[in-house]
Design a binder for this molecule. Structure first.
Ligand code: LLP
Length: 424
């Protein structure tokens, strides 16, 4: 079920017309549907019934406090990758014990902050990190619960920039080297090994790479237990894909059924770290057409949302569906166009070679499936303010992050003391 549909000729987020939000908030803006967020996590929760499993939302996908709190209120934990994300998760009401700290390069100061706050689990990715964490925990007189993230060397069949479980990737410890890493961890007095973690990539649209990785890791867990390690937890990571174009990603229920089967008899508490699947289709980016510029070979529709607001098309050649906010007539003629932003780079586009109904200045367009890795990857390039975020719930909506003023963007900057102040 889509939470973004045309009603009476106007695109709505649940019961709110996007046009109404645009009139009050201005454009561009991100808009999230609470119903869609809840529905996605609800599918996980229902599917996990009877399993010893939990969800730690990978908040890197969308770290809006309101989004995190929506999930925290439903019982989810958080998967974090920085001290900043930890502070956000705690601020949004995620209990520290439900936080998992992932990441390939955690600093000693970040590890210290995590231990002081009482995060539930740290997923270690290298022998060097084992040593640093042991030293930091020792200083604090604590023992840290850790898993070691292994790299199962399985091709997730996704975009190269978001593949993480192959030998050539920087993530995790190669399965052949991981046994030694566990042996080392077992001897460090301030660490308590509680399990194994993996995460093989993002936007996976088939289950086979998961099944293959889980079976490799399950064999490895048996070996670790023979070596005398207590392996109580298996963190399966995130990565489940969504629909951008015409993908047919597996349902959450099918994913969980596969995991259930693949981990049968393993006797591990399971953790899932979905990010994109919980928020991707629950969010859209809305922009306004500034002008339409016919070119020699195609038409450029220049909108006020740009690559700094949504970098995915430029960075990953990602496809995002774009539709007019005012419903086109079914027989409306289309024109071949590029939907581009105003930034001075040819890479600044949201979509290329699309056949869209004729658009004119002032029309609103909606970019679909922009809830994950949209607002969080935005920048102020070209001194463009970060786009506001709006949350809808039924017929109500609220701005959850207001648009900063242009002065806000540079208000923390300073001149060096030897420089004369500009005369303003
Ligand atoms: N767990 C770990 C350890 C991760 O590194 C990631 C994502 C996740 C969970 C969540 O993965 P998800 O369920 O969202 O696929 N910016 C890219 C995606 C980067 C993903 C990084 N790691 C994009 O826009 O496609």
């Amino acid at each position: 079920m889509s939470f973004f549909t045309y009603k009476k000729g106007e695109m709505h987020a649940e019961g709110v017309a996007l046009k109404t939000i645009a009139q009050q908030v201005g454009t561009p803006f991100y808009c999230y549907s609470t119903g869609a967020l809840r529905a996605a996590l609800g599918e996980f929760t229902r599917g996990m019934k009877g399993m010893n499993a939990s969800v730690c939302y990978a908040m890197k996908a969308n770290s809006s406090l309101a989004v995190i709190k929506t999930f925290a209120d439903m019982g989810a934990g958080a998967d974090i990758v920085s001290e900043g994300e930890m502070k956000r998760a705690l601020a949004a009401g995620v209990p520290a014990r439900k936080i998992i700290y992932s990441g390939v390069g955690k600093k000693a100061t970040e590890l210290m902050a995590a231990l002081q706050s009482g995060v539930g689990q740290i997923n270690v990715e290298s022998v060097a990190e084992l040593e640093t964490l042991n030293a930091v925990a020792g200083q604090l007189g604590k023992r840290a619960d850790i898993t070691i993230r292994v790299n199962p060397d399985v091709d997730a069949k996704t975009h190269a920039k978001i593949t993480t479980g192959k030998k050539g990737n920087k993530f995790g410890i190669d399965l052949n080297l991981a046994r030694d890493a566990f042996a080392k961890a077992g001897k460090l007095p301030h660490l308590r090994v509680v399990g194994v973690a993996m995460h093989i990539g993002s936007q996976l649209t088939t289950l086979a790479p998961y099944a293959k990785s889980i079976s490799k890791v399950a064999k490895f867990i048996a070996q670790l237990r023979e070596d005398g390690h207590r392996i109580d937890r298996f963190d399966i990571g995130g990565g489940l894909g969504i629909v951008y174009k015409k993908e047919k990603p597996p349902s959450i229920a099918a994913f969980l059924a596969m995991v259930k089967k693949a981990t049968k008899g393993l006797d591990c508490e399971l953790t899932f770290e979905p990010g994109r699947r919980l928020v991707g289709e629950a969010g859209v980016l809305v922009g306004e057409v500034i002008l339409v510029k016919p070119g020699a070979s195609k038409t450029f529709v220049i909108v006020d949302a740009a690559m700094n607001d949504l970098i995915r098309p430029t960075l990953y050649d990602a496809w995002h569906d774009i539709v007019p906010v005012r419903q086109p007539r079914p027989d409306a003629a289309t024109i071949r166009c590029d939907i581009v932003g105003p930034i001075c780079e040819s890479g600044d586009y949201l979509a290329q070679n699309r056949d869209l109904p004729r658009l004119s200045a002032g029309d609103l367009v909606m970019v679909r499936s922009a809830g994950a890795y949209g607002a969080v990857m935005a920048s102020t390039y070209n001194t463009r303010p970060l786009v506001p975020e709006v949350m809808v719930d039924g017929t109500r909506f609220a701005v959850t992050r207001p648009r900063p003023s242009i002065e806000d963007i540079f208000s923390t900057e300073r001149y060096p003391p030897w420089m004369e102040r500009p005369k303003t």
